[in-house]
Structure formats: C-alpha cells, structure tokens
Ligand binder design. Structure first.
Ligand SMILES: NC(=O)c1ccc[n+]([C@@H]2O[C@H](COP(=O)([O-])OP(=O)(O)OC[C@H]3O[C@@H](n4cnc5c(N)ncnc54)[C@H](O)[C@@H]3O)[C@@H](O)[C@H]2O)c1
Length: 248
C-alpha cells in the first residue's frame, strides 16, 4: 500500500510543523484535525505566517516559491475526525497524556481501514502502552515518529519500534520521514523508560548540570557557557532554549 494521504491528530505546536514538512518536502496530502476552528486558524497561521512558516522561509530563500505554494495547496484543516478515515498514515500529536492518547487511538482504530498505519509523536511515553487499546492486528501497524520542535528547522525524526511492528510498516514510515527531509534515528521502545534517544540523553545531561549547580561547584551561566563554547551547543540547560515550544 502506498502512502499518499497523511492525517495529523492535533494541530498544536507539533502538528502544524509536521504537516508543513510532510506537504512541503514530502509532497504528501495532509489533513490536520483539531477541536476548534480557532485552534485550526492558529495552526494554519503557524504553517503560513510564523517565524518558521513557509512565507518567511520562501522570502529568505530557504525553500522555493513552488514548495511554499505546494504546502498551502496540500494541507487542509478539519474539525471532523471522520475526515481522517481514508488516511494511509495517521500521526497523533495530542497532549502528552497516556490516557488521552489511548482514547484517541481506540477511536481511530474503529474509524479507519485495516491498512492504515498509526504513529505517535509522543516525546517519550512507551509506544506499546499507547497502543494498548487498539486491535491486535493494528499493533503490527503502530509505531512512534518523534519529531523535534520547531519541526521545519529541527531535522530529527526518531522512529520508535515495538517488538510486534511489521518491518514493512517500519520501512514505509522511514521512507515518509526521509521524503519529508527528516534525519531518521531508529530506536526501540522500552517499557519503564521515558524519552527514547533525544530526551533520555538530554535528561541525563540535565541531571548532571543541575547537580553541579546544586553542589555549588559552578553557576548556571558557567555550565551553559561550558556547553555552548566547549561543545558548540546552540543553547544549553538554564538560559534561553531557542525555539523550543510551550511543553518544553
Ligand atoms: N512541544 C514540543 O516541543 C514537543 C516536541 C516533541 C514532541 N512533542 C509531543 O508532541 C505531542 C503534542 O505536543 P504539542 O506541544 O504539539 O501540544 P499542544 O498542546 O501544542 O497541541 C496539542 C493539540 O492537540 C489538540 N487535541 C487534544 N485532543 C484532541 C483530539 N481528541 N483530537 C484532535 N486534537 C486534539 C489540542 O487542542 C491541541 O491543539 C505531545 O505528545 C508532546 O509530548 C512536543
């Protein structure tokens, strides 16, 4: 089955950015679903007008005019979950609450055909637990696609695999991510942990940074300065963390 039409559940900080790169780079038809017209208007504005939106990217020469136009043409916005029924792949980007994610996936499981692939953009919840309430058959078509914020400029996409996911599904999702200009990082789901690669490594580094400060060995400013000037990190732990969105 070819992937042509991608649904995005949740048009917040992440959903808009994911839609933008899937359409703009990947050429996929994308439908974003959220709960109110006001939120969807903000999603559309983010894709088009924001700091990372296609208008400014085209003006700055980061993307071509054609790509900007293609994004506008390919992304649509809806309040109706039924509009995702025909999607080949659905990427969930609702808030980071296990119960909510389980509920929306159970609803999507009833709504969509057997072939539809489900992906969660969770920052670190266990993917197999998010998949707990879908059918056994769907579990083999269920994995994680963890994008980084702001999506148009942060190229990473962790593809998180469970023990039961079908290898062809993994290949298809990797292809989608790569066509959308992402740098794919493969990682296995692990019960009892939070954060895959990116957020586990960052959390470990943050724990050390905080310990150094709490022990009175260095100031926050000097810890940040060490990482920024010694490792060329664009930002560190305590100061301004750049484009990172409201949940981070
Ligand atoms: N913000 C980040 O930096 C970041 C980075 C990587 C991953 N994530 C993960 O992405 C997911 C979304 O995070 P976000 O920052 O975009 O959150 P957000 O709060 O900005 O957006 C979530 C959106 O989901 C919508 N929503 C809630 N229930 C819904 C439903 N049933 N159907 C459709 N839409 C619904 C909300 O109205 C909201 O617009 C979380 O799992 C988060 O951990 C966030």
């Amino acid at each position: 089955m070819a992937i042509n039409h991608v649904g995005i559940l949740g048009g917040g900080v992440m959903g808009g950015g994911i839609a933008q790169v899937l359409a703009g780079f990947g050429g996929y038809r994308v439908t974003v679903r959220d709960l109110t017209r006001e939120i969807l208007d903000i999603t559309r504005e983010t894709v088009v007008e924001s700091k990372w939106g296609v208008k400014r990217a085209a003006e700055k020469g980061k993307i071509g005019f054609d790509q900007a136009m293609r994004t506008l043409e390919l992304v649509s916005y809806t309040l109706e979950v039924g509009d995702l029924a025909q999607c080949d792949l659905i990427i969930e980007a609702v808030p980071e609450q296990l119960e909510l994610k389980q509920t929306v996936f159970a609803e999507l499981d009833d709504l969509t055909g057997a072939e539809t692939i489900f992906a969660t953009n969770t920052s670190g919840l266990v993917v197999a637990e998010i998949a707990e309430r879908v059918s056994e058959a769907r579990k083999s078509r269920f994995l994680g696609m963890h994008f980084s914020n702001p999506v148009p400029v942060m190229r990473m996409c962790e593809v998180i695999t469970t023990p039961v996911v079908d290898s062809q599904v993994v290949d298809q999702v990797v292809e989608v991510a790569e066509k959308a200009g992402r740098a794919v990082c493969m990682v296995k789901d692990q019960p009892g942990t939070y954060g895959f690669i990116l957020n586990r490594v960052f959390a470990a580094a943050y724990r050390e940074a905080k310990q150094i400060v709490d022990d009175g060995l260095a100031t926050e400013e000097d810890v940040d300065k060490a990482m920024i000037t010694g490792r060329n990190w664009p930002a560190a732990f305590f100061g301004n963390r750049g484009g990172i969105g409201k949940q981070w």
